[in-house]
Design a protein around this ligand. Sequence first.
Ligand code: ADP
Ligand code: MG
Length: 391
Amino acid sequence: DFVTQSSKLGSERETRDRVLDALTIKTLNKLINTDRVVEIVEGCISSGKEANVYHCRAPADEQNGGSRRRIAVKVYATTANIFKSRQVYMQGWHNTNGVRAGREMIAQWATNEFNHLKRLQKAGIPCPEPIDHRDNVLVMSLLGSEDGTAYPRLLNANLDTTTADTEANEELRDHSEAAKWARLYTQLLCYMRRMYKVSRLVHGDLSEYNILYSPPSTASVDDSEDAGTLHIIDVSQSLEHDHPECLTMLRRDINNVNTFFRRKKVDFLNDSTIFEFVTVDEVPIEMEEMYAHIDSLYESRNPTAGMTAEERAMAEVEENEFRDKFIPRTLTEAYELESGGVEADRTAISHLLAKKDVEDMDDSGKELQDDSSESDGSEFGAPVHSGDEEG
Ligand code: ADP
Ligand code: MG
């Protein structure tokens, strides 16, 4: 059989990878022959370290004039690498390195992504429609134009649809392009809020790579109000809103988004302002109302122009602190922190937390100093020295 044959061909690792590939082919065959959700594989849209995405066709739909719907089939890699890079999210799996457990873990990614896409869809967030999943394969609608071309990632989006033949036109074009980037920025903030508040998820890997861009319908090309639509993808690793790491991930997502739009010269809001916008209860959840709210955030934000140089420096320090706070530099770090893998870092973080408590919250500041004899309200600014950590 396949295993015996391939084991003669190469190293053990190579063999295992091939076996896994063979199982994936089996799965794909089942999706074609048993589940009948896929019929033709037309090409590969993307091939990455962790997944390949194929452009496929569903079987002919009699109810729809016999047309074959375009679909996207995402196959999660089953090679050893994925265990390393993704185990951050999956506690409990990393002790079992057997092929079987590994495949189950990866199947869990497909299941997660299917369920998360359902929740996004329900919240009215543009995303692929999840159709089916089996083992390490997810079937979803293809996000693309009529001719079947997949929409570009936000990274590659071209918002300039006009032709500038004169200098005046060029200026006009630049202006409308800038307006579109700004519009897409606020659109994305609204979807982030919806995702957190309605879907109850934090993306966890949000960036210009995991957002697709579809242009506005040709009828409204010159309307800067309609800058096109952003579609959220790649949500297999998204975290529940009450997951201990989710706010850390949210901060990182916000940072990624701001970094990208800053490069596009968008007048962006502070990370902390966005964090609040996404998470607070009081802000509405309807798109138009959220847009209006964001407008008001722009109007009411601290005008740095009116600040002294010192105040401005302070504001910048605070913002940087917010951005750095609890943000693990890598996912491995996040995982290790969570599972207690790196004790040293853990202590560093709890120190940070304790410090923040003292600075920010009266109550916990007092709590920390409960046993000390001089609790006269002067604890702010006093060093944390309760002694229970060292002793
Ligand atoms: P990963 O980043 O883990 O490889 P993604 O879900 O981000 O997996 O998919 C990889 C790429 O495939 C995306 O950047 C996008 O270009 C394309 N893609 C994914 N899903 C779809 C879809 N439903 N429709 C069109 N293109 C898609
Ligand atoms: Mg991706």
